[in-house]
Design a protein. Structure first.
Length: 128
């Protein structure tokens, strides 16, 4: 498992299953933590399903605890503190990734070009 930025070394591990490199606007992976507590700001929507142990999420002084079988939604822009004595979880994230932005730009450009082409054909009957 890869190291998780913001946590002490060897406390949090991540294994990505799907990422933007797969052409997806979502990402998913497994997390395994042992005695780790650290602040985190999410720039994506995240859903975590606890497989074993407990996942603690503190936000504005309130701590929510998810246990095995529980599912937790954390909205984009949340500044939280993640923590746990020990947990294994599946994490699914909706990314505001560069791929989605590039796809939107591509579609916008092509629609503009298609409209321009259609206008030229409509405005110039001999172009048919």
């Amino acid at each position: 498992m890869a190291r998780f930025d913001g946590a002490e070394p060897h406390c949090v591990g991540l294994t990505d299953l799907v990422t933007e490199q797969d052409g997806s606007s979502m990402a998913a992976g497994f997390m395994q933590w042992d005695n780790a507590f650290f602040p985190w700001t999410l720039n994506y929507d995240e859903i975590d399903m606890v497989l074993e142990g407990e996942l603690h999420v503190r936000h504005e002084g309130e701590t929510m605890i998810a246990k095995a079988g529980d599912v937790m939604f954390i909205p984009k822009g949340s500044s939280i503190e993640f923590g746990t004595p020990t947990v294994r979880a599946l994490s699914v994230r909706r990314l505001a990734c560069e791929l989605a932005i590039r796809m939107n730009d591509f579609i916008t450009r092509n629609v503009a070009q298609s409209e321009s082409y259609a206008q030229r054909r409509i405005g110039n009957p001999s172009a048919r």
